[in-house]
Design a protein around this ligand. Structure first.
Ligand code: CIR
Length: 254
């Protein structure tokens, strides 16, 4: 059960966020409305939402998922591989101090890692080795988890930004996979649902307390998730998609 969710309001500077999407510039006012709806969806899932203020100096700072990995036993402050985002990590610590005792806040000090590359499945974490997360970062992360009795597996990421841009764990052994992750041996123990190529963006759904947030506008994926027995909540993340962001990137859940 996730009791808490942390989000950060998007900044006007989000139009300068890092992107590969070629979908045009985000509309800030629409992004704010979509953020309001995201918060409401989280509340509808029974989570208490902490809303952090926008940070203009960091265009991508609404994507709080990348700067920390929050587990039931500890919070791990990451070391973002994107230079323009690295400074964001200092600001998430303060917010997490309200939820974790100081001794359970850990820091990545070697290599780089971003939370978008970390997929939690119970006490086990799959970590994408991507343009943002390297071997040294993974190894540092794995050693921290080990201290708390948790484990990790590295997964190569080739064609997408982060691991969770291409694969998503829901619950009850169910996995959504797109593109390069379809049929990957490393995930062979899961009940895998392949996502259609034209809906690949929607693989980044978000399981929250029994419900699943699904990006709006991807009917095949929404139906597939509903057919698994989940109640779905469609959320429009069109303005975040323009800077390579999806539902999971916008929050920390614990
Ligand atoms: C970035 O390139 O860092 C942002 N424009 C998008 C971050 C998306 N985060 C995520 O998938 N966890």
């Amino acid at each position: 059960m996730f009791r808490n969710v942390i989000v950060r309001r998007p900044s006007r500077s989000m139009i300068e966020g890092i992107t590969t999407a070629d979908l045009g510039l985000p509309d800030y006012d629409l992004a704010l409305r979509q953020h309001d709806q995201y918060i409401q969806a989280m509340e509808a899932c029974g989570a208490k939402v902490t809303v952090l203020p926008a940070m203009e100096e960091y265009p991508d700072s609404c994507f709080v998922e990348d700067v920390a990995v929050v587990t039931p036993k500890c919070a791990i402050i990451t070391n973002p591989g994107a230079p323009s985002r690295n400074g964001e990590k200092a600001y998430i610590v303060e917010a997490l101090r309200a939820f974790y005792p100081e001794e359970n806040i850990e820091y990545i000090t070697e290599g780089t890692i971003e939370g978008g590359d970390v997929m939690m499945v119970g006490d086990h974490y799959y970590v994408g080795l991507s343009r943002r997360t390297n071997e040294a970062g993974f190894e540092n992360f794995r050693r921290i988890l080990e201290k708390y009795g948790m484990t990790a597996t590295a997964v190569p990421v080739r064609g997408v930004l982060h691991l969770k841009t291409g694969v998503d764990y829901l619950s009850d052994n169910r996995l959504l996979a797109a593109g390069e992750f379809i049929g990957q041996p490393v995930f062979s123990q899961f009940d895998e649902t392949p996502i259609a190529p034209e809906e690949a963006y929607a693989v980044n759904c978000l399981f929250v307390n029994g419900k699943v947030l699904v990006p709006a506008g991807f009917p095949k994926t929404e139906k597939a998730v509903r057919d698994m027995g989940y109640e779905t909540i469609q959320i429009d993340t069109s303005e975040y998609r323009k800077i390579d962001g999806g539902p999971s990137c916008l929050s920390l859940r614990f």
